[in-house]
Design a protein around this ligand. Structure first.
Ligand code: RB5
Length: 145
């Protein structure tokens, strides 16, 4: 699976750790920035990721900010993006089974590297159940006024 990764300054360190971890296993993540710990605006990063996923450049995105909250709110403003903060292992499983998220979100200042790795693995090793959950996702895509 092709995966893109991006963060603001609050998630930069964790992003670099994840890139190294996946590279050691032979998977190159597409790095959409940011490129340093200099302060930047997470909505800009979320937008870059949303465009990348919606244009089918990558199948899955990983976004990181300080808490995971701001960047997930921003990413979910884009129709077709289902960004979810994987705050525990059960959520990681259900986020695939029921929500079929296309962007996984983490907090660089709130989560441990090992936990993040494990949650990505759980998500990737779980199947979307479809059925009623596909119907619900379609309702999300219909949008609201
Ligand atoms: C940046 O300081 C911080 O606000 C950002 O990384 C994120 O945590 C926002 O939700």
């Amino acid at each position: 699976m092709n995966i893109a990764i991006a963060s603001d300054h609050g998630g930069f360190e964790l992003k670099q750790q994840l890139i190294e971890h996946f590279a050691a296993k032979g998977q190159i993540l597409e790095d959409l920035g940011t490129c340093s710990t200099d302060s930047c605006d997470y909505p800009d990063i979320a937008k870059k990721m949303a465009k990348n996923i919606l244009n089918h450049q990558n199948e899955l995105g990983i976004l990181i900010c300080g808490t995971g909250i701001g960047i997930s709110i921003a990413a979910n403003r884009f129709k077709g993006i289902r960004a979810a903060v994987l705050y525990d292992d059960f959520t990681a499983e259900m986020t695939k089974k029921h929500n079929n998220a296309n962007v996984l979100v983490f907090g660089g200042r709130t989560m441990k590297f090992e936990d993040v790795i494990r949650r990505i693995e759980i998500f990737n090793n779980t199947e979307f159940e479809g059925g009623r959950h596909a119907t619900r996702i379609a309702k999300i895509e219909e949008g609201v006024e």
